[in-house]
Design a protein around this ligand. Structure first.
Ligand code: GRF
Length: 188
């Protein structure tokens, strides 16, 4: 299957998908990487010779989803949100129903929703003295982090964990379950 990966940050999840395609663990091709801002993930994609498009969210504003649709319609089968921070418009999500998945660094439905992203999640987990955290891959629906869950992986929170050390532990698991989820929903 042909996929697009949407990013906003470092691109380590994108890199894990690239690596698993190269080592033949994952049978799909990344036709496009789309970023909504300048970010390191763009270089990762360009280093692999993947078609990469920067759609600055400040420039496109509420036409970002429309522009993404123009680029991807007829060109890819599925979309993977990998640290993508813009919210896709409901009509776009409906058109791509069950064809968009997202990776989120918490055990949804806990620590999800607007404003819960990046290090803030791990700060809240530690502040609330959670014994465990983890990550989730889910279908994207018209809500924020509310779609049907595909796969989750847990991580123990140790007393000496900082938000940064917890983020690192969770990120390692994200790299594992994202490829597992793509296999499960897009290639089986
Ligand atoms: C990851 O923690 C991801 O779950 C979250 O943003 C971060 C992106 O990391 N949505 P990267 O850009 O894949 O390295």
């Amino acid at each position: 299957p042909k996929i697009a990966v949407l990013i906003s940050g470092g691109g380590s999840n994108l890199q894990s998908v690239i690596d698993n395609i190269k080592n033949r663990d994952l049978d799909c091709s990344i036709e496009y990487v789309i970023a909504d801002r300048e970010c390191h993930g763009i270089e990762r994609a360009e280093n692999e010779g993947i078609k990469t498009v920067l759609l600055d969210r400040k420039k496109y504003k509420n036409s970002l989803s429309e522009k993404i649709g123009e680029i991807l319609e007829e060109n890819v089968d599925y979309i993977v949100l990998a640290g993508f921070l813009s919210i896709l418009e409901p009509e776009f999500v409906k058109k791509w129903d069950r064809k968009i998945i997202n990776i989120h660094p918490s055990l949804l439905p806990k620590y999800g929703g607007a404003g819960m992203y990046g290090i803030k999640i791990h700060e809240a987990v530690i502040k609330n003295k959670e014994k465990e955290s983890g990550c989730t891959v889910h279908y994207v629906d018209t809500g924020i982090d509310t779609g049907e869950i595909i796969i989750q992986e847990k991580v123990a929170v140790s007393p000496d964990d900082t938000p940064e050390t917890l983020q690192e532990k969770v990120l390692e698991k994200e790299h594992i379950i994202l490829t597992k989820a793509i296999k499960k929903v897009f290639t089986d």
